[in-house]
Design a protein around this ligand. Sequence first.
Ligand code: PCA
Length: 218
Amino acid sequence: MPAVQPTVLVTGFEPFDNDPVNPSWEVARALDGWACMGATVRAVQLPCVFGLAAERLDQALAQWQPGLVVGLGLAGGRTEWQPERVAINCDDARIADNAGRQPIDTPVVAGGPAAYFSSLPVKAIVQALRAAGLPASVSNTAGTFVCNHVFYALMHRLTGRPGVRGGFVHVPCLPEQAARHPGLPSMALPAQIEALRVTVRTALAVQTDIVAEGGQIH
Ligand code: PCA
């Protein structure tokens, strides 16, 4: 039996880059209060602002003392749900954040390690999502914008919280966004909410990631 972890913290972001909606928050908030395997999901919205987003994350970690943390963020253009494998110690913003900040080649944590791996079972999650009929793959870059910033900050914080696992998932646009930006791939909100259920359930159930047997999971 997996250990009971009473709270699962799920974060999503406010809209950014002049878009009125961010699916990461719509998905997170849809499961606020959802009970799964003895744990309860708490959804927290993060500002899309370098620095402030990590501060808000710190507050949420202090408030909820989660046993598991799943960060969500939008990656427009991606076609699938993508658990991120690695966070890097680099802020390098292509566009300004919601406070007009645009750090270039700046460490997330001065003196921190170059990178942290997710401690979520990313391959088991991809396998479970596909088995549920949901498109998914492992991503090897979370970019260098606010999502990677929060992901790195999270993994850095978790080094001080033994036994607490966490990671990050990039999600595609919603159909309504794709309708405004023709050509962008999208995934409907109910499918994305189901993807979060599968992700949380798998992360709670699988402590150590699978090594694919006879098949590759990428
Ligand atoms: N996506 C951005 C930041 C907020 C979000 O939802 C990113 O991928 O960095």
